[in-house]
Design a protein around this ligand. Structure first.
Ligand code: NAD
Length: 292
């Protein structure tokens, strides 16, 4: 094989990324706390691992795709985690979206154990993960980035080193800020169009041809109109990202009024039990506000 990967986290995104790495000729040994998630990889050429340490032991690189900061902390600092069982190749790339501050601390502590860490969160959703066309934004040492690049190329098509440790997460948070406000803008346009008896299916297609087009309109707009709320990217995960955005804003004394407003609407969605639904379910906040 071209190189060996220990892969941690086989959820909506991770299972596709691990499969693509195996398809690209890398040896992939993968672990998830949910055994069924490992079993589901059976036909993909990915080898099951019994633990984090088992996935990491012979790996040139360990890659993780986990929900949030606490899970990344756990796989690094927990029993049998990467600090006590470092990958043979001394390279760890976390591709989850987590707090930039926590990332910097993890990178510093891992360095003490001889492991270089990159934060390399992604954009492009499950479709980008499936097609290996993710946009990857990496923070950390340039030399570590160069070592990781061939592996990243197995999962993404737009791959950039954006700065020191934590910078990848910061760029990703800026990405999420745009996605959230963009989604809110689409909800508002659909709420107004609907109330004025416009055919939303046609309206979406028309708008996609003009300057209001966006990834969100293309990828979530149709599901929003059809009332298909399956995830995709869960409301809970976006809420996690918006909380990280507002945390960074507060720390750096940057007012983000539009982000604050859309975050309130995500809280509304969560409070109405929509956390496990896809982000297009934000439209249901507008359904309720307009009595639909
Ligand atoms: P997910 O919840 O579907 O997958 C996470 C996986 O990690 C699950 O299978 C879970 O069992 C596993 N896991 C949790 N704790 C673990 C541990 N301690 N050890 C091993 N495995 C563990 O989430 P997802 O949608 O794949 O997203 C993963 C990350 O990528 C998140 O940070 C998310 O914000 C980000 N992201 C998601 C999307 C998207 O569209 N879904 C897009 C870009 C970025």
């Amino acid at each position: 094989t071209k190189g060996s990967v220990g892969f941690l986290g086989l959820g909506v995104m991770g299972r596709e990324m691990a499969r693509n790495l195996a398809a690209a000729g890398f040896g992939v040994k993968a672990y998830d706390v949910v055994p069924a998630a490992i079993d589901a990889m059976a036909e993909t050429g990915v080898t099951p691992a019994a633990s984090i340490a088992d996935a990491a032991a012979d790996a040139d690189i360990v890659i993780s795709m986990l929900p949030d900061t606490p899970q990344v902390e756990e796989v690094v600092r927990g029993d049998g985690g990467l600090l006590s069982s470092p990958p043979r190749g001394g390279l760890y790339v976390d591709m989850s979206t987590i707090a930039p501050e926590a990332t910097r601390k993890l990178a510093a502590d891992l360095l003490q154990a001889g492991v270089q860490m990159l934060d390399a969160p992604v954009s492009g959703g499950p479709v980008g993960a499936r097609d290996a066309t993710l946009t990857i934004m990496a923070g950390g040492e340039a030399a570590a980035f160069e070592r990781a690049r061939p592996f990243l190329q197995g999962m993404g098509s737009t791959i950039n080193h954006v700065g020191a440790s934590g910078a990848g997460q910061t760029v990703k948070l800026c990405n999420q800020l745009i996605c959230g406000i963009n989604l809110q803008a689409i909800c508002e346009a659909f709420a107004l169009g609907r109330a004025c008896d416009i055919d939303l299916v046609q309206m979406r297609e028309v708008l996609m041809g003009g300057s209001a087009n966006s990834w969100m309109l293309e990828n979530l707009g149709a599901a929003m109109i059809e009332g298909d709320i399956s995830a995709g990217f869960r409301i809970d995960l976006m809420m996690k990202d918006l909380r990280l955005v507002l945390g960074a804003a507060q720390q750096n004394l940057v007012p983000l009024p539009a982000t604050s407003l859309v975050t309130s609407q995500y809280i509304d969605a969560q409070a109405h039990g929509e956390g496990a639904n896809g982000n297009q379910a934000l439209f249901r906040v507008y359904d309720r506000m307009s009595g639909r």
